[in-house]
Design a protein around this ligand. Structure first.
Ligand code: 5GP
Ligand code: MN
Length: 334
């Protein structure tokens, strides 16, 4: 039996299905969650999506996104759903701690059958009953499409299921440009369009909805706060919480900013340091020669993909930057 059929059988058997994803939602965690949610709804089954925290504003247009139960906002209700579930999906994350320490407790104690569908390296296979992991695929949303196709249910695909999947594929592949994009990715996109997905609407919703403050913050960051490290093809941007507040920072406003630093000619690694909620959030990106997830893991208690990772630092912004600068040579294999 294929993993697709196995997962489909679990869905058919289950009565209380809960879909979870990682903290700090992005296009792929929302896209894969809502794509699978809509698919299961179309099968005529009841299903809930429980996420640790709320999606940033640029994802609020996604159909039924407001039905997602947010753990941070309604802890008891979210915990009850997870505890009472008979089938739990973990989408777009590879280890239960990516939902945050509090929500993780309920995942760990839940008696539900557990399925992970993900594209990050090293999934925690001990924790799950079924593992559908493919680290060569650019997005979890593409894996959800493969699941629907693989269990023979492509006839159910419509724009309600397909639009969030298109969103997740688009955002996690940097608009179909990363090496993870395959001929199959484009075949998937074609099938999504044939099912009625209006691709131009998704692009417009994600890329043409800047607030003036957001655009000004990006201008400020790229003109005033970018630094290129002497003698190394490395650039970084740093933003204090005061600077973010000056531009009325809202969640999601720094999304993709690290890529501005990476886009500089000759730069191979870029970082973004931002002071948020009293901690320093780090984003690391690479053009593909050097991996950055080891650095994220060792220095900033994080992880992620080989060329796109992130982490966190408890301390001052300048200490975080020093830690990065002082250790760069260790990770430099050129
Ligand atoms: P971003 O820079 O967009 O916040 O994150 C890029 C990628 O790095 C994410 O898709 C995720 O895989 C990983 N990542 C970001 N923050 C963390 C973190 O705190 N811990 C871990 N393990 N991975 C992270
Ligand atoms: Mn993803």
């Amino acid at each position: 039996m294929t993993v697709y059929q196995e997962i489909f059988d679990e869905i058919q058997k289950a009565n209380k299905i809960v879909i979870t994803s990682h903290r700090s939602p992005d296009g792929d965690s929302i896209g894969s969650s809502m794509g699978l949610f809509q698919f299961i709804c179309k099968l005529g089954k009841t299903v809930h999506v429980v996420h640790p925290d709320k999606a940033p504003g640029f994802l609020h247009w996604v159909q039924d996104v407001h039905q997602i139960e947010i753990y941070d906002e309604e802890k008891e209700k979210a915990a009850e759903l997870i505890t009472g579930a008979d089938l739990l999906f973990s989408l777009d994350y590879n280890a239960s701690d990516r939902v945050g320490a509090e929500m993780e407790i309920f995942l760990r104690t839940s008696k539900a059958r557990k399925i992970v569908i993900d594209h990050h390296l090293n999934p925690d296979i001990e924790f799950y009953d079924i593992v559908f992991s493919d680290t060569y695929t650019g997005s979890t949303s593409e894996l959800i499409f493969r699941l629907i196709e693989g269990c023979g249910k492509l006839d159910l695909l419509d724009s309600t299921i397909g639009t969030p999947l298109y969103l997740g594929i688009m955002t996690d592949t940097g608009s179909f440009r990363f090496p993870s994009v395959s001929p199959e990715t484009h075949e998937t996109l074609a099938k999504l369009m044939r099912a009625g997905v209006k691709h131009y609407e998704v692009h417009e919703q994600v890329f043409d909805t800047n607030t003036l403050d957001r655009l000004k913050l990006r201008g400020f960051a790229t003109s005033e706060k970018i630094e290129v490290i002497h003698d190394l093809p490395v650039a970084f941007i740093s933003l204090t919480s005061d600077e973010l507040n000056k531009f009325n920072y809202e969640k999601g406003d720094t999304e993709g900013l690290v890529n501005m630093a990476l886009s500089i000619q000759g730069i191979k690694i870029a970082a973004l340091f931002s002071e948020k909620d009293g901690v320093i959030k780090i984003s690391l990106r690479s053009k593909g020669e050097q991996i950055v997830n080891e650095m994220a893991k060792d220095l900033f208690d994080g992880g992620g993909h080989k060329y796109a990772s992130g982490g966190i630092f408890y301390g001052s912004l300048s200490d975080a930057i020093d830690r990065f600068k002082n250790n760069l040579s260790k990770y430099w294999s050129a």
